[in-house]
Structure formats: C-alpha cells, structure tokens
Design a protein around this ligand. Structure first.
Ligand SMILES: *Cc1c(COP(=O)(O)O)cnc(C)c1O
Length: 399
C-alpha cells in the first residue's frame, strides 16, 4: 500500500507511463481507447512483469481479453506485482485453474433470460445486457463467459425482442442497463435506447451500471451528461474498489454526472490484496462521499472460473462492515451482499448485532460492544384507557 492510498487527497497520475506528447490527447476518450494496453509487448514496455503475469497474459487471449486504458494503467505500481490496481486488470496464471466451487455463469443468468440479453430474475426489474465490451477488463468479471468477446459464449442481444418483452411485461418498472459497459456507446446510440425505454409507460426507473467513470473519465463529457439528464429519473451505479482509483479526473467526471442530477451509487467487490482491509475500505467509502457517490453494494466476489486467487472468505466482508458501521458516516456504508450461486439473487449479509430475542425484548450490542435491551411495547390496560377517557371527557387534565 502506498502511504497516499489512505490520504483523502485526489491525485492526478497523467501522463505517468506515457510521454509528454500524449498529454495533448490525454483528455480525448477516443485516444484513450485507441491506446489501451492490450498486448504483452505493451506491458513489457512499461512494467516489470512476473512469470505468473506473463503466462496469465498469454492465457487471457482465449478467456477474457486484457485491455487497460492509459488513464487506469497510470495508477499501477511499476515494480509491485501485488499492487491493488494491477491485481484487478493484469491477468495472472491462476486464472487458468478453476476451483471446484467455480462456474462459468455463477449468477445463473443464462437460465433467467426470457430474451437473449435480458435477465429477468426479480419481480419488478430487469438486467439488460446491451454490449459485451468494456473500456478495460476486470479479471474477476462475473460475465467473463461473454464479456470481451474472446471466450466460449457470445452475447447476442435481441434488441427488438427485448423491447417487445418490456412493452408487454407491465410488471417491469425498473431497467438496469449493463453488459459490458453501456457508456461505451455513442451519445446518439445511448439516447436512442433510453428514448425507446422512456416511451414504455410502466418503466419508471432506469439505471446504468458502468465502470467508465473510473476507467475512462474522459468519456463523461458535458454532451453525454446533457443527453442523460433528458431521461430522468436515471441513476448510475459505478464500480470502484480502491481509493487510488478516485483521481482528480474521476472526481470531476463524477461531479459532472452529479450536476446533471444523476444520483450515483458505487458497487465494490471484495478482492484479496485489493480492498480486504477496513482501512482501505474506509478510505474508499469516505472518498466516494467526497465525489457525491453513495456506496451501494459491497459484493462477495462471484464464484467465477479462475477467481480463487482474488476471492476472500465471507467473514472478511462481514468484518469490514462491522469496522465501518458506527465508526463512520452511515451514508458511507454499503450493503454487503452475496449473489446466491446458481441464480439465488442478491442476499444481504450483516454483522449480527442481536445478542438475544427472549420474549418481550431484544438484546443488542452496539458498534462498541456495549449491550442494550429494547423492550416490546407494553399494551395499555382497559382500566387505564377508561380512566384517561373519563378524565379527558370531563375536562380534567390533571395526571
Ligand atoms: C443486481 C441485479 C438487479 C438489480 O438489483 P438491485 O438490488 O435492485 O440493485 C436486477 N437484476 C439482476 C439480474 C441483477 O443481478
């Protein structure tokens, strides 16, 4: 951990590994995408790779592609293979081993798709997978079976069928656009999708799940924000795991979204060697609040194939929530969830503050370990009620 990782200051890392002549194009998101680090040769130019990483990169070509925007790459430590940023985006050979508990589709999405690309798992909301591409690829991607386009399966979103399904299913009041990363689409394409959804009267609430504000903050242009704000109520869930990711550029991009009236939430994933400590999580959630982002969910890492080196025991996540609750702003505390393997949906996991539930009262402990009792309500007796009535009706207010 760099000492500055726990510092609340926002730091810009540009141009970092890139030469000064990159700086004139730095703010252009197209330049960022064109110059992604996506080959072993690109990596070797900039990092001292370990054997595990070198082998991992070769493997990635057939499982989940490697791609890292220059903006995000700059956050990586050159010499530290355990760098928390590096672990998220640079493949390692451990990805080549599937632990017995792991799966290709850990959230059972494929079995909940009434239309290819549309996951209808909950009564009133759907997950709409609109693309299989991202600005950079997270090594623990829960949808690595389709995302990046090099794996065994392919995402074939059936647009017309999906819109027809949504028009017919009046119980769907909430649509979550994800993928892949929907903010990779042009403003125009995204505008058309949102307009089509907004024409469906029963769809009240639209969300976009995106890591672009973190990987490619340059994409959050004033034009994009002006387009998005036509489609309110629209929320965005971002994905940030470590306080170093919140740079000045990211803070400003999030500020533009917030200024467009878009409520922002963050979804983090518990990752070994990245954010598996209370100190790092506390720095992250406090910095998110400074960016006007509410920490929404902290996910237990899904049982995706080749992820055991990044996953943590569930108890660690519970300990982190316990280390936050009461110790910092309530707004900063995400809900820790496990997506029930095989398609159970999100299940909340909380530290246990209930010590006992004997009849008539609950015994609790607070964040400092002190014990408190909260009794059930005592019913008012018929006699007392009668006496109160009598006194009130007779104009006597004495006790
Ligand atoms: C996460 C998820 C949602 C949204 O769940 P919320 O708890 O409302 O954020 C909807 N559909 C699917 C399939 C999901 O995985």
């Amino acid at each position: 951990m760099r000492p500055s990782d726990l510092d609340p200051a926002f730091i810009s890392h540009a141009p970092g590994y890139w030469s000064e002549d990159a700086t004139e194009n730095w703010d252009d998101h197209r330049w960022q995408l064109r110059n992604r680090v996506d080959s072993l040769a690109d990596l070797d130019l900039r990092l001292n790779l370990t054997d595990e990483e070198r082998a991992g990169v070769l493997l990635a070509g057939t499982k989940l592609a490697m791609a890292i925007t220059p903006h995000f790459f700059n956050l990586i430590d050159r010499d530290d293979p355990n760098c928390p940023i590096r672990r998220q985006v640079i493949p390692r050979i451990e990805e080549g081993w599937n632990a017995p508990e792991e799966m290709a589709d850990p959230c059972g999405e494929d079995s909940h798709m009434p239309v290819p690309g549309l996951v209808h798992r909950y009564p009133d909301r759907v997950l709409f997978l609109v693309t299989d591409r991202c600005a950079s690829y997270c090594r623990y991607c829960t949808r690595s079976r389709v995302v990046s386009g090099v794996g065994e399966q392919h995402l074939e979103t059936q647009w017309e069928m999906a819109f027809k399904y949504l028009e017919k299913h009046t119980e769907v009041r909430d649509v979550l656009l994800s993928g892949g990363d929907p903010l990779l689409f042009s403003d125009d394409k995204l505008d058309k999708i949102l307009t089509r959804l907004r024409a469906i009267p029963h769809i009240q609430f639209i969300r976009i799940g995106s890591r672009i504000p973190i990987f490619l903050p340059q994409r959050i242009t004033p034009e994009l924000c002006a387009m998005l704000k036509k489609h309110h109520p629209l929320f965005i869930s971002i994905h940030s795991n470590h306080p170093r990711e919140l740079t000045t550029e990211v803070r400003d991009a999030l500020g533009r979204l917030a200024d467009a009236g878009i409520p922002l939430g963050n979804q983090s994933v518990m990752l070994r060697g990245v954010n598996d400590s209370v100190e790092v999580q506390k720095a992250l959630v406090q910095k998110l609040l400074m960016c006007r982002v509410k920490p929404y969910y902290l996910y237990q890492c899904d049982l995706i194939n080749g992820s055991s080196h990044l996953r943590t025991p569930v108890a660690e996540g519970v300990a982190i929530i316990e280390g936050l609750r009461g110790h910092t702003t309530g707004y900063a505390i995400p809900q820790f969830v496990i997506d029930g393997p095989g398609g159970g949906g999100k299940i909340p996991i909380n530290p246990n503050y209930v010590v006992d539930t004997a009849s008539g009262k609950i015994t609790l402990r607070n964040f400092e370990g002190e014990i408190f009792e909260y009794p059930d309500p005592t019913p008012i007796s018929k006699e007392t009620l009668k006496a109160l009535n009598h006194r009130a009706l007779n104009g006597c207010h004495c006790p």
